[in-house]
Design a protein around this ligand. Structure first.
Ligand code: 5GP
Length: 134
């Protein structure tokens, strides 16, 4: 059975899309730690542990995440973009990209932001437009 992230990558479940390539997809985390918190996934590989990916997919995912991080940094006020990989909840490899003003911004225990659909859309649009310039 397809994972929820496979369904998101193929448009069967809606998401706030940030960037897409033939093999990879980036979208806003629905329970963001900060504005611009983004998830990056392989579209067609459901392996649930990043270090079990084949090298080609792993390196492609990292290169795609790097480009998305550059777009996030340009679109969202932050000092840098932090990276985390957990996979404790969704069994489909994903990289968290989190715009940081301080180290406290990357804390999975803290209460998540509640954003309106309109705000999610604005953030996704601004990251996507920076991505399209790269
Ligand atoms: P992890 O598996 O890395 O521990 O956490 C999974 C992440 O995926 C969480 O930050 C959670 O908010 C996010 N997430 C789970 N389900 C959905 C979903 O349906 N849509 C989006 N956009 N994010 C999700």
């Amino acid at each position: 059975m397809a994972t929820i992230f496979t369904k998101i990558a193929h448009g069967e479940i809606p998401s706030y899309k940030v960037a897409e390539s033939e093999e990879f997809y980036a979208f806003l985390d629905i329970n963001p730690m900060v504005e611009g918190h983004t998830l990056v996934i392989p579209k067609n590989v459901e392996n649930d542990y990043i270090f079990n990916l084949d090298d080609r997919t792993y390196l492609g995912l990292c290169a795609f995440a790097k480009k998305v991080a550059v777009a996030i940094k340009a679109a969202v006020p932050c000092k840098r973009v932090g990276v985390a990989v957990l996979g404790m909840e969704v069994p489909h490899t994903h990289i968290h990209l989190v715009p940081l003003q301080s180290e406290q911004d990357l804390d999975f225990r803290k209460e998540k932001l509640q954003l309106s659909q309109e705000r999610f859309r604005q953030i996704a649009d601004s990251i996507r437009s920076e991505y399209e310039k790269l």
